[in-house]
Design a protein around this ligand. Structure first.
Ligand code: ATP
Ligand code: MG
Length: 392
């Protein structure tokens, strides 16, 4: 590539652009998220204009492959491409296209040029740009043929605010909304397959995640906590920074086991989780709680059981996996690379205290009756006083 041509990342914002009034705020959040995600790679300048964001590396050691990998996981982006930027002069554009895309042009048999002129001050109209670029490339690469219907290589020339951009491969972005643009939610994360996927899905809708994990040492090990941290680290590659609060749950579980009928253990335990998560969520500015439940997956996820769980929550409970099959959930967890971590065999607090015959059609009165035998609030207060915070 010539010294006058530079390589940048050209990012297209998608759904964002539809947000009318809030567009400015949304773009500002996306820019902040992108900066945060790209900072570890090295210095770069971000500029925005016309529903696009330009990432301009400021050092030759800036790793573009790594930058692309990171950008591909940032929500609020419709598409992105590595592009070469040159001055808005047709000669410079033609030469840059031939050189920057040399490998692709040599490897292809057919191609087509597409031009977009958002800067209307540029003297040539799009069809003229396509025509000149097509001719020039045919001359430089005589083995090529133009195929307007099914080209192997699509050469894009975009005349925009800050320069002319040439690229050949636009890749789909992660979609969704920028994390933080829709508020914050408390994610009940267990260490299983489902809850990290649920967190990923809500982050995609622009929600910042606060992780809440219930741990029952010594029944659950430190390794189980490390597993939750690793899962959140992986989710954070999409969701950005996540704070995790670890709630000591042993006393509560032992008290439930001591005083309540065995067939109600799981549900009473889940109701305690909801009460505690509600208090944490309210204190931390969360507008809702999120779980990885899906209808009928286990005894605690029948309609009746879910209703009993909800009754104990003081915030809306979002269950993004509610209508998904396990296979579908696993497919997402493989794609976001949480699956291999989730299947590591460390005990969860629920597995340790699972009753032999859990109720699938619980009655709320029975639960309330059983809970009356417990002195709930001091137990909850004690758990809340001993929460540990971990930054992921
Ligand atoms: P997962 O795969 O997410 O563990 P699961 O199918 O094993 O889900 P359950 O164990 O019944 O289902 O838990 C249902 C949901 O309750 C989980 O998706 C999670 O949101 C929440 N949950 C369960 N255990 C814990 C825990 N120890 N800490 C925080 N949340 C939990
Ligand atoms: Mg679980």
């Amino acid at each position: 590539m010539k010294a006058s041509a530079r390589e940048i990342l050209l990012i297209k914002t998608g759904e964002l652009a539809l947000k009318g009034l809030n567009r400015g705020t949304f773009e500002a959040i996306l820019m902040k998220n992108l900066r945060h995600r790209l900072r570890p790679i090295g210095p770069c300048v971000l500029r925005k204009a016309q529903s696009a964001i330009y990432v301009e590396p400021q050092s030759p050691s800036f790793d573009m492959d790594e930058a692309c990998e990171r950008v591909a996981k940032v929500f609020g982006i419709a598409a992105y491409s590595r592009a070469c930027v040159v001055s808005k002069e047709i000669r410079a554009i033609l030469e840059a296209a031939a050189e920057y895309l040399e490998d692709d042009l040599l490897a292809a048999k057919t191609f087509k040029v597409e031009a977009k002129r958002s800067d209307k001050a540029f003297p040539l109209q799009s069809p003229a740009i396509c025509e000149q670029a097509g001719e020039y490339l045919l001359e430089r690469y005589p083995h090529l043929r133009v195929d307007v219907h099914h080209p192997e290589l699509l050469v894009m020339v975009e005349i925009r605010d800050f320069g002319a951009y040439i690229h050949a491969r636009q890749l789909p972005g992660a979609g969704g909304m920028p994390v933080g643009s829709a508020g914050r939610v408390g994610l009940l994360i267990s260490g299983g397959i489902d809850s990290p996927v649920a967190g990923y899905m809500m982050a995609k809708r622009g929600l910042e995640l606060l992780g809440i994990h219930f741990a029952s040492p010594p029944y659950t090990s430190e390794r189980a906590e490390m597993k939750v941290t690793s899962l959140l680290e992986q989710v954070a590659s999409y969701a950005g920074h996540i704070e995790l609060q670890i709630v000591p749950f042993t006393r509560i579980q032992e008290e439930i086991q001591r005083t309540c009928p065995e067939d109600l253990f799981t549900l009473i335990m889940r109701r305690f989780m909801m009460r505690i998560a509600t208090q944490i969520g309210r204190a931390e500015g969360c507008g809702a709680l999120v779980t990885g439940e899906s209808v009928g997956q286990v005894a605690s996820q029948t309609l009746a059981a879910l209703a009993c769980t909800d009754e104990a929550a003081g915030l809306p409970v979002f269950r993004p996996l509610i209508g998904m099959d396990k296979e579908e959930i696993i497919a997402v967890s493989r794609r976001i690379e949480t699956f291999e971590i989730s299947i590591q065999p460390y005990e969860d607090c629920c597995t340790v205290f699972t009753p032999r015959h859990p109720r699938t059609r619980p009655k709320l009165e029975k639960l309330l009756e059983a809970e009356a035998a417990l002195d709930a609030q001091p137990l909850i207060d004690e758990a809340l006083a001993n929460v540990r915070r971990v930054s992921v």
